[in-house]
Design a protein around this ligand. Structure first.
Ligand code: CAA
Ligand code: FAD
Length: 380
């Protein structure tokens, strides 16, 4: 593994850093406060190529590698994890899912618009009774010859109220268990498809999370992704890449909090010296630096595995498990280093702490990552 970034990687990272500072930072506290989806910023991220980072340029994407993707995700997440989850879902779940497993006509119809940010995508696996236990899908899709009829409820759907294209998993044959699940492309506005109210969340409040209802939605057969029964494996394969996105989001949140804590501790004085000169604070910074560096290596390793064509089911789970733990623990420490100021919104660290928590829950909880990792090591 080469630890040097190429000149192109550095340029992409710097472009994302610049965008985050100049465009995301100014309104981030307000968007969090009023739970505002960043519509205009999504368009701008589309124009910069951030909505289809790894998509082939022939479908409107930027044609970059997974290393570039995690560099962009880290920089965006340092400032605004709500914006970065929109990017992550669009890139690693929706664009990747269609590009890797969709038909040519699905790619032409949907991917070209998703990759440029003209469309926003959503990925709909979770249900009220099928979260971690994702094979227990209750949403049904009944085969009617040239179309399916979809009924059921999805919950917790990121981009749920804003998306144009929804990838929806549903059970077509209960007797076949996970092999009876299919994935479908559903368009906004299809008859019988309703978006429920927005969730009022602890963190990533600028992102948009909704319950979705499907009542006899008629889905053309050409909207199924892959062969009959491929839907659960489609979801799992796609989520392996998604977990790289969320791992890099967690990394960015941790790095953002660390940078703020470092700066603050060099400015704030107590007992006649900067608080960074008190060993208790200096050691916190040392722990942050060490563990964030370790998280970055794991995130890069997972991205590198993807770029090399290696299997990344386990390296992505390892990266997400560890980076999300680091994000949670060190955002709490960043608040502590800020003292009372850490508890108010102007200093940003309280938001990063609230945003960190979700990285241990979505795209597979930490316990689920441990299932993926332990099954692999015990099998091998
Ligand atoms: N690639 C290909 N196939 C896979 C696979 C993978 N990575 N993982 C599992 N499969 C296959 C298995 O081989 C199995 O097939 P066979 O029966 O032919 O052997 C089938 O899928 C069922 O797998 P399991 O028996 O392992 O299923 P399980 O019920 O034990 O569950 C699990 C496995 C890993 C726990 C899975 O249910 C899981 O990942 N749960 C978490 C769900 C999740 O991550 N949800 C995220 C929603 S999206 C989201 O959250 C987005 C966001 O917030 C922004
Ligand atoms: P449960 O599965 O009920 O788990 C509850 C607890 O039990 C967890 O701690 C879990 O780890 C533990 N647990 C469960 N099973 C086991 C086990 N076998 N062994 C050990 N511990 C176990 N989903 C989508 O499909 N698309 C999205 O875009 C999306 N976005 C989301 C955005 C937000 C803000 C949130 C909160 C969730 C989102 N999700 C999305 C859903 C998310 O993926 C699920 O919340 C997550 O998979 C956990 O499912 P659950 O909430 O049903 O928890």
């Amino acid at each position: 593994m080469d630890f040097n970034l190429t000149e192109e990687h550095k340029m992409i990272r710097d472009a994302a850093r610049d965008f985050a500072q100049t465009e995301l930072l100014p309104g981030v506290i307000e968007r969090d406060e009023i739970q505002q989806f960043p519509d205009e910023l999504v368009k701008k991220m589309g124009a910069l190529g951030f909505m289809g980072v790894m998509v082939d340029p022939k479908y409107g994407g930027s044609g970059m590698d997974a290393i570039s993707y995690v560099l962009i995700m880290e920089e965006l997440s340092k400032i605004d994890a709500s914006a970065s989850v929109i990017v992550s879902v669009n890139n690693s779940l929706v664009c990747y899912g269609i590009e890797a497993f969709g038909t040519e006509s699905q790619k032409e119809k949907y991917l070209t618009k998703l990759a440029t940010g003209e469309f926003v995508g959503a990925f709909c696996l979770s249900e009220p009774e099928a979260g971690s236990d994702a094979t227990s899908q209750k949403t049904t899709a009944i085969d009617k010859g040239d179309h399916y009829v979809l009924n059921g409820t999805k919950n917790w759907i990121t981009n749920g109220g804003r998306a144009d294209v929804y990838l929806v998993m549903a059970q077509t044959d209960k007797d076949k268990g996970s092999h009876g699940i299919n994935a479908f492309i559903i368009e906004k506005g299809m008859d019988g498809f309703h978006v429920g109210p927005k969730e009022n969340k602890l963190g990533i409040r600028g992102s948009d999370t909704h319950t979705l209802q499907f009542n006899d939605v008629k889905v053309p057969k050409e909207n199924r992704i892959g062969d009959d029964g491929f839907g659960f494996r489609f979801a799992m394969k796609t989520l392996s890449g998604g977990r790289i996105g969320i791992a890099s989001q967690a990394l960015g949140i941790a790095q953002g909090a660390y940078e703020l804590a470092l700066k603050y501790s060099n400015e704030r004085k107590a007992f006649g010296k900067e608080i960074s000169k008190h060993q208790a604070i200096a050691f916190k910074l040392a722990d942050m630096y060490t563990e964030i560096s370790a998280a970055r290596h794991l995130v890069m390793k997972a991205a590198w595995d993807k770029d090399q064509g290696n299997n990344y089911d386990v390296s992505s789970a390892v990266a997400k498990l560890y980076a999300s733990k680091v994000a949670m623990e060190h955002t709490v420490e960043a608040v502590q280093i800020h003292g009372g100021n850490g508890f108010v919104k102007d200093y940003h660290v309280e938001r990063l702490m609230r945003d960190a928590k979700i990285t241990q829950i979505y795209e597979g909880t930490s316990e689920i990552q441990k299932i993926v990792i332990s099954r692999s090591i015990l099998r091998d």
